[in-house]
Design a protein around this ligand. Structure first.
Ligand SMILES: [Zn+2]
Ligand SMILES: [Zn+2]
Length: 389
């Protein structure tokens, strides 16, 4: 691409050798191991153990905690992320987050380190294999001031080797014993797992900027893909994430597959995480409506009548959501004094709260329905317009 001409490009020998060499080592050792030892329960379990530890350290740790500060975490959890994030061989938290924060600030521009506008391959892996000028580490002063992260940055490759290669081999040895256990841990918990975690993460930069839907914004190439979320601990809801990067969830509905969100939430129950930041439901839904509305407006002349109706829809939705929040809070408070009420009294109180909550939900559904009708009438209006000669 023309804008990249003038930047000196060099192949990064270490990174390229690692990214090409590791899959070769993984496949060769897997074949050798399978011929000599076969496969039982031990191998998949050790794979899953290290896959979860290193994969979640990247998604919940490197990404949602350190890059985006969507919540706070206690030091033992931070240390865990630093140790097992290193095992994923994606560099230190400080360097990873510097790139990632730049990716969000400069998405799809020439300053986006893994911009998909330079092609799928570049966004997936090319940007790691090719150096363009000096490595820039910026906008991470907060992370550089953290003792655990500064220590991890200084010893990243040694830590990665110890937790990502040696540790799985030792766990295998302790479990099964002999060369069988040592090699089984090394191959499944080490080599094969590193390759799979690598490419699953890389897919977020490539596939999640190529395939999927854009329910919240078309300002950049980020897409939502439920399928990708299964491979990446919930990171596939990437259009949502680019729109609301301060949210600790990527799959914001309870049924969205997002194990990183579940881990962060579960950790809060035992005090390992706190101050989990959530974008309010009505803000998320309004954003979705605005996107749909603006698409229709683009296709027609801006009609003030539609604009007014749309504003009214958003107002209704916002008020209904706010009231729902209040009613739920009231119900929660009432539950605290449940014991002081007689059984029958409590039954009536409970019923009253439930009815009021139901009414709010009905108002939300009504606002949604009115928005649907508005979009439909806008569509008919567009269709009615004569095609200019
Ligand atoms: Zn991000
Ligand atoms: Zn992205």
């Amino acid at each position: 691409m023309s804008e990249h001409i003038g930047r000196p490009s060099n192949i990064n020998i270490i990174n390229s050798a690692f990214l090409i060499g590791m899959p070769i080592i993984a496949i060769t050792s897997l074949v050798y191991y399978s011929i000599n030892y076969g496969i039982g329960w031990f191998e998949p379990i050790i794979f899953v153990m290290f896959y979860l530890a290193s994969g979640l350290s990247i998604t919940a740790g490197y990404h949602r905690l350190f890059s985006h500060r969507t919540h706070k975490a206690a030091w033992p959890l931070k240390l865990f992320y630093a140790l097992f994030g290193a095992a994923a061989f994606q560099n230190s938290v400080i360097k990873w987050c510097s790139d990632h924060r730049r990716h969000h600030l400069k998405t799809d521009t020439e300053n986006d380190p893994y911009s998909v506008t330079r092609g799928f391959f570049w966004a997936h892996i090319g940007w790691v294999m090719i150096d363009e000028g000096e490595e820039i580490v910026e906008n991470v002063e907060d992370l550089q001031a953290d003792k655990i992260l500064a220590w991890q940055d200084r010893h990243i490759f040694l830590i990665g080797f110890l937790t990502g290669i040696l540790l799985p081999a030792l766990v295998g040895f302790a479990w099964i014993g002999g060369a069988h256990g040592f090699l089984g841990g090394l191959v499944y918990g080490g080599f094969v797992r590193v390759v799979i975690v690598h490419h699953a993460t890389f897919l977020i930069n490539s596939a999640a900027h190529t395939w999927g839907s854009q329910p919240y914004s078309t300002e950049n190439t980020s897409k939502d893909s439920a399928i990708l979320s299964f491979l990446t601990f919930g990171e596939g809801y990437h259009n949502f994430h680019h729109t609301f990067q301060a949210d600790y969830r990527n799959g914001h509905k309870w049924y969205h597959w997002d194990p990183s969100k579940w881990l962060i939430k579960a950790a809060s129950w035992i005090g390992l995480t706190r101050e989990l930041h959530k974008i309010p439901a009505n803000v998320i839904e309004s954003r979705k409506m605005k996107k749909t509305f603006n698409e229709k407006v683009d296709a027609s002349e801006i009609d003030t009548h539609f604009q007014e109706k749309f504003k009214e829809c958003l107002k209704q939705l916002r008020n209904a959501f706010n009231d729902l929040k209040k009613r739920r809070k009231e119900y929660k408070t009432a539950k605290l004094s449940k014991k002081s009420e007689s059984k029958n009294n409590w039954k009536a109180i409970k019923q009253g709260h439930k009815t009021r909550i139901k009414q709010c939900k009905k108002r939300i559904s009504k606002a949604r329905m009115e928005f649907k009708l508005l979009v439909e009438s806008m569509r008919l209006n567009i269709d009615k317009k004569p095609v200019p000669a």
